[in-house]
Write a protein that binds this ligand. Structure first.
Ligand SMILES: CC(C)(COP(=O)(O)OP(=O)(O)OC[C@H]1O[C@@H](n2cnc3c(N)ncnc32)[C@H](O)[C@@H]1OP(=O)(O)O)[C@@H](O)C(=O)NCCC(=O)NCCS
Length: 318
């Protein structure tokens, strides 16, 4: 028995923040942002766009595209680092909003690798026979976690949610997924909880030592994608689509180069969405599917890298 993606969905806030908007907020320029990152605009959560609301809307669309009723879901996993509450988890709010049965529901904190992490976990539950259908979501409101006056972070991020329904299948879907972490880099990319014990807490915002994260991300992702094909015993020339984490166009190009893949075989949403953290890979997958580029049976590689550090990949037939 394999696990397979049955359907995908997205939710993006209506509010658009362009590079020109950012020029009015901080000392930056469209030219700098475009050249260094590839980002032109991103979405910013409005008053009603909570992480749980966005996750629920993306999930509704994923259920619809999978032809699955909420009552069929056996497990709900949400990758997020910006849930409104420590508890209730976003996953339990989604369970209630969708009218799912009283199935297990949990949030997984793996920063930008959140969606790849929840896909891997869902795969294990499905392959063991414990679940037949699992709802996996990546959702974050990361713009609100940034210091609005810090040009080194505010230009990079956007908000949104992406989801997929994964189900048991006799046809091969997921071929190989593997996850990693290395906490020795923990201080290069951090997002503190607002402390309930320290009212004088100074450090509340997302912090990133961008150029150091960049170097590790490029090397790690290059190694990850080649290792994935080696472990799967497959040739990277068979790959139809790369669905990468959308942090920086230069990182995406370096990963595609390592795979010998032209950019016409890479799903890029970064220019319009920025880095949406745990939602990024899910949003890119949904866009690839809905635009008709990703077709059933094609070989797809999903990869992500984020705070922790955490990283991982999923090689699958769509
Ligand atoms: C953040 C990132 C785009 C910065 O690009 P970079 O080429 O590394 O640039 P640097 O951080 O070295 O900064 C270069 C200069 O630009 C300046 N700069 C930083 N942000 C700027 C902005 N928004 N506008 C204009 N100038 C800016 C810096 O202050 C620095 O100035 P200096 O040379 O006078 O000191 C890039 O490092 C990156 O994408 N990092 C990885 C992100 C990532 O992968 N995250 C993964 C998990 S989320």
């Amino acid at each position: 028995m394999y696990s397979r993606v049955l359907g995908t969905g997205s939710y993006l806030p209506a509010n658009v923040r362009t590079n020109a908007d950012l020029e009015r907020m901080v000392d930056t320029s469209d030219e700098w942002i475009t050249k260094r990152t590839g980002i032109k605009e991103r979405r910013v959560a409005g008053p009603g766009d909570t992480v749980a609301f966005m996750a629920t809307e993306a999930s509704r669309r994923a259920l619809e595209s999978a032809g699955t009723d909420a009552s069929e879901i056996d497990l709900i996993l949400v990758g997020t680092s910006t849930s409104a509450y420590a508890f209730p988890s976003t996953a339990t709010l989604v369970q209630h909003a969708l009218g799912c049965r009283n199935v297990p529901a949990m949030d997984i904190s793996a920063a930008c690798s959140g969606f790849v992490y929840v896909m891997d976990i869902a795969n294990q539950y499905i392959r063991s026979g414990a679940c037949r259908k699992v709802l996996v979501v990546g959702a974050d409101i990361i713009t609100a976690a940034c210091d609005q006056t810090d040009r080194t972070t505010i230009v990079l991020f956007g908000d949104g949610a992406g989801a997929a329904v994964m189900g048991a299948s006799e046809e091969q879907g997921l071929i190989l997924s593997h996850l990693h972490s290395d906490g020795s880099y923990s201080q290069l990319l951090t997002l503190p909880y607002v402390s309930t014990q320290d009212p004088a807490q100074e450090n509340r915002f997302l912090y990133m030592k961008g150029n150091e994260v960049f170097k590790v991300a490029v090397n790690t992702l290059s190694r990850l994608v080649t290792d994935t094909f080696e472990l799967a015993g497959m040739d990277k020339g068979e790959l139809d689509w790369l669905v990468p984490h959308q942090a920086n166009l230069r990182i995406i190009k370096a990963t595609a180069d390592r795979l010998g893949l032209g950019m016409d075989r890479v799903i890029v949403t970064l220019d319009r969405q920025g880095n949406t953290s745990a939602a990024s890979v899910a949003l890119a997958l949904d866009e690839g599917v809905r635009s008709g580029r990703i077709q059933r049976g094609q070989l797809i590689l999903l990869e992500a890298f984020g705070g922790g550090f955490t990283w991982g990949s999923v090689l699958m037939r769509y």
